[in-house]
Design a binder for this molecule. Structure first.
Ligand code: MF3
Ligand code: CO
Length: 257
């Protein structure tokens, strides 16, 4: 069931989303060779709490998991796609890419966003992966207009990514956001135009392309959480929470990095 939000509710999601955007922007200055994914998680949690908000992932139990999540962030390095667990042992090095996915709970409403950072200088092909995945997010957002359907967003993302020879990850999707972290509809990262749920005024959705240089097939690591590409190819992830208004989509997590 899709839950339509009032202007007032969207304003509250925007306030939380603004905190989330601030956190992801600040993180860009913090990420460098030598820091651990654990330190990233601690830094994010500290910044969220300083702003009077709560880290939404901590204590959250997704359907696929057997226990609640223990961290504020999902930190996924290189071939890790999503749901990487922060670790004191994982030290970032020059040439790595690291995606940080964060949820914020503020005044009863969730916002959700992710950014993939390069650690120092990265190879050209990986740089292209980051650029294409980020642009794919904006291609998807452009289609989040009244009169379109979910499939228009999915097709915009998937076809753009494939035109560069990369592949969208089909096992994970974007989603509605509101009083719950995950609401209907599900927003796949590939699909057919004109198909799926119609987009309506007052919908709030997280659009989140995940893209691999290789096949886009994934496996779950035996920690039960971390999704990695089956072929070991690098993968990127960018996400915004977006509200659909009569005059077009509005990004509620404006990280603009
Ligand atoms: N950010 C993920 C998403 O957008 C959710 C992570 S849930 C967690 O769907 F429990 F793993 F944190
Ligand atoms: Co999400």
């Amino acid at each position: 069931m899709i839950i339509i939000k009032s202007k007032e509710e969207i304003e509250l999601i925007r306030e939380g989303g603004f905190i989330l955007a601030y956190v992801l922007k600040k993180l860009a200055e913090f990420i460098r060779p030598g820091i651990t994914t654990w330190a990233i998680d601690k830094k994010v949690e500290e910044m969220i709490r300083e702003k009077g908000a709560r880290p939404a992932f901590k204590g959250y139990k997704p359907r696929f998991a057997s226990e609640p999540y223990r961290f504020a962030t999902c930190v996924s390095v290189n071939e890790e796609v999503v749901h990487g667990l922060p670790s004191k042992k994982r030290v970032l090095k020059e040439g790595d890419i690291v995606s940080v996915d964060v949820g914020v709970l503020y005044k009863g409403y969730y916002s959700d966003a992710a950014y993939t950072y390069s650690v120092g200088e990265v190879e050209e092909r990986i740089k292209l992966l980051l650029e294409v995945t980020k642009s794919a997010l904006y291609k998807g957002i452009e289609k989040a207009v009244i009169g379109n359907r979910v499939g228009d967003i999915s097709y915009a993302i998937g076809s753009y990514v494939k035109s560069y020879g990369f592949n969208p990850i089909k096992d994970y999707c974007g989603h509605g956001v509101g009083k719950h972290l995950h609401e209907d509809p599900s927003i796949p990262n590939d699909g057919e135009p004109g198909k799926g749920e119609p987009l309506k005024e007052g919908m709030v959705i997280a659009i989140e392309p995940m893209v691999a240089i290789g096949s886009g097939n994934i496996m779950l690591k035996n920690d039960g959480w971390t999704a990695v590409t089956s072929d070991g190819s690098y993968s990127a992830h960018f996400e915004h929470t977006v509200a659909i208004f009569r005059d077009g989509p509005k990004i509620l997590t404006p990280w603009d990095i």
